[in-house]
Design a protein around this ligand. Structure first.
Ligand SMILES: [Zn+2]
Length: 224
C-alpha cells in the first residue's frame, strides 16, 4: 500500500491530487527522494523477460500484474541508491557531559538485497559511537543511516563498513563500532546451509579499533 501511495504522489509532484475524494496538493518531495526513483517501465520489461526465460507465460492471468508489482517493490527495496546518509546525520546537537560515554542503538531491524543473487538478507544492526565533545545525533538518525545503505544491492561486509564510515565522516566521533547479524535467503533457499545460520560482521573505527578493552566492552553491550 505504501508503495502505491508514493506512486500516486510521484505522478503529480507539483499539481493537485485526490485523497479520499478531496483535492489536495501533495507536499514537494525532498530532492533525494526524487533522485532515488527507479525506472519502473524498464524493470517491468525485464521481469516479463525473466518470466518468459524460465518457461512461464507472462500473459497468464496470475502473472499479468507481476512485472508492475516487482517494479514497485524494487523502487522501495532500492530507495537508498541515491540517498545520502549525510542528510540524516547532519541533524546534530551538542550534549554536554556526553563526551566520553558510549551511544548505542541496538537491534535495528533491516532488510537488504544480496548483490550476488538479488535475494534478501535480513537481520539486525547494532550501531555504537563515542561522541567527541558531546557532538551527537538523534537515535532515529542512526536507524535511518542503516536504511540508506541497506536499501541497495549489497554485501553484508560492505554494508557494515559503510555505516561505520558514514558515522566517522559526519559525526567526527572518537570511535565507531557496527555489528550486523543477518540471515541470507540465498544460502537458505539454495540449500547451502540447512540450519538458521547467521552471518555476523563487524566494523571498528577510531578508538574502538585500537582500544581492545573498550571494544570488548561495546561488543558485550551489543551481544546482551
Ligand atoms: Zn547471495
Amino acid at each position: 500500500m505504501r508503495a502505491e501511495l508514493e506512486l500516486i504522489e510521484a505522478a503529480s509532484p507539483t499539481g493537485t491530487a485526490r485523497r479520499n475524494g478531496r483535492r489536495y496538493r501533495p507536499a514537494p518531495e525532498p530532492e533525494y527522494a526524487q533522485r532515488s526513483r527507479v525506472d519502473e517501465a524498464r524493470i517491468q520489461r525485464a521481469v516479463r523477460e525473466i518470466l518468459a526465460a524460465i518457461g512461464e507465460d507472462p500473459d497468464r492471468e496470475g502473472l499479468l500484474d507481476t512485472p508492475a508489482r516487482v517494479a514497485r517493490a524494487y523502487g522501495e527495496l532500492f530507495a537508498g541508491m541515491r540517498q545520502d546518509a549525510g542528510v540524516h546525520l547532519a541533524r546534530q546537537f551538542d550534549q554536554e557531559h556526553a563526551g566520553d560515554d558510549v551511544v548505542m542503538l541496538r537491534s535495528i531491524p533491516f532488510s537488504s538485497m544480496c548483490e550476488h543473487h538479488l535475494l534478501p538478507f535480513t537481520g539486525r544492526a547494532h550501531v555504537a559511537y563515542l561522541p567527541d565533545h558531546g557532538k551527537v545525533t538523534g537515535l532515529s538518525k542512526l536507524a535511518r543511516t542503516v536504511d540508506v545503505f541497506a536499501r541497495r544491492p549489497q554485501l553484508q561486509e560492505r554494508l557494515t563498513g559503510q555505516i561505520a564510515d558514514a558515522l566517522v565522516e559526519h559525526l567526527d566521533p572518537r570511535g565507531v563500532a557496527v555489528m550486523i547479524e543477518a540471515e541470507h535467503s540465498c544460502l537458505r533457499l539454495r540449500g547451502a546451509c540447512k540450519d538458521e545460520a547467521e552471518m555476523v560482521t563487524t566494523a571498528f573505527r577510531g578508538a574502538l579499533a585500537h582500544d581492545r578493552e573498550l571494544r570488548t566492552e561495546v561488543l558485550g553491550m551489543m551481544r546482551k
